[in-house]
Design a protein around this ligand. Structure first.
Ligand code: BGC
Length: 343
């Protein structure tokens, strides 16, 4: 049997038997409680680590126990995990989905088993998909806000510093570090940040848009190569999250920028602990708090409400809802209000 066929046979065996190829972690005592199956896209992601820790802590004394799995940023692994959770007949499914094309089939499976399904911190199912089942919800940060915050921070820097136009061409030449192709947060941050700069009356020029998978190491390597090729042209670096912004900062430092060298403003999103340290250090210009505590607690609140048979509304959840979308707000963070990033 060839290797591909063998792994296919193994994975289908695992799915049928409800076994997880990558293991599953339990949180909360499941005795007498309903269980929510979680499919996180990548345990190695800084923001996801914080959010899932919050949900797991909520489950310790909460009414719903958890069974959590890691897709390791791999769509096949995600499919294995979700199928294994359905095979185990969990009572709720929460998915940090990396394959929007599969949303409809996931909703159909939840419908077949008559269990609620929550899409969290990911691209929403379409409005038609959301309407296809009464027990489907989408919980997400209002990602356009984080783009606007980045755009405003860079515009403000540009207007306040006459030397911000490093090559003097009258345009803000920028690099965009993209998190994930086709991901809602990523798309909104990429588009809305630049739209805001333009709305602020600044002409822009995109030097390069680079896909870095939300990862610090990838951002560092890619920025290092752009710096080597046309470092003198870069006026600003936009990163869809703090991890990638920190990778850019590492590359800048290694090439003699920042500190005593030329300054290039870098903006991120999340206000992770390390992101906030970089703001304190003066290497990260601005970020916005994408609060993993709010995300984790909101997810668990929705599970609790569902468990108690309560309605899901703006009032009961404590967040803004449009239809079945539950939106979480960002807070702009600069060196002037670092204390607001505490969670
Ligand atoms: C966060 C990123 C994270 C991504 C994972 C985003 O909301 O800002 O840091 O990598 O979610 O899905």
């Amino acid at each position: 049997m060839n290797k591909k066929l063998l792994s296919l046979v193994l994975i289908s065996g695992l799915i049928v038997s409800g076994v997880f190829a990558s293991g599953a972690q339990e949180s909360g005592d499941s005795a007498g409680k309903k269980v929510a199956g979680f499919v996180w896209y990548n345990y190695a992601d800084t923001f996801i680590t914080s959010a899932r820790t919050v949900v797991a802590n909520e489950a310790v004394n909460g009414p719903v126990a958890l069974l959590s799995t890691d897709s390791q940023n791999d769509i096949a692994m995600q499919a294995n995990n979700i199928n294994a959770l359905f095979a185990k007949k969990v009572d709720y499914i929460c998915i940090n989905n990396i394959s929007p094309n599969d949303s409809a089939s996931m909703i159909q499976k939840a419908k077949d088993q008559n269990i609620p399904i929550l899409f969290v911190n990911c691209t929403s199912p379409t409005e038609e998909e959301l309407a296809s089942y009464d027990k489907v919800y989408h919980i997400s940060s209002a990602a356009e806000q984080s783009g606007w915050i980045q755009g405003d921070a860079v515009s403000e820097y540009w207007k306040a510093h006459s030397d911000a136009d490093r090559n003097g061409n009258g345009k803000l030449d920028y690099i965009m570090l993209v998190g994930m192709q086709g991901n809602y947060d990523s798309q909104m941050r990429t588009d809305k940040s630049i739209e805001r700069v333009v709305d602020n009356g600044i002409e822009v020029n995109c030097l390069q848009e680079m896909l870095c998978d939300w990862q610090r190491g990838k951002a560092m390597n890619q920025v290092a190569s752009v710096l080597a090729a046309n470092g003198n042209d870069i006026d600003a670096i936009f990163a869809n999250n703090d991890d990638m912004a920190l990778g850019a900062i590492e590359a800048l430092k290694a090439s003699g920028y920042l500190g005593d060298g030329p300054y290039i403003p870098v903006v991120g999103v999340d206000a992770t602990k390390v992101g906030v340290q970089a703001i304190e250090e003066g290497t990260l210009l601005a970020t916005s708090l994408n609060n993993p505590v709010t995300l984790g607690k909101t997810i668990y609140k929705v599970l609790t409400l569902l468990d108690e048979g309560q309605p899901i509304t703006d009032e009961t959840v404590g967040a803004t809802m449009t239809g079945k979308h539950i939106w979480l707000d960002y807070v702009a963070i600069t060196k002037d209000n670092i204390e607001d990033a505490a969670y």
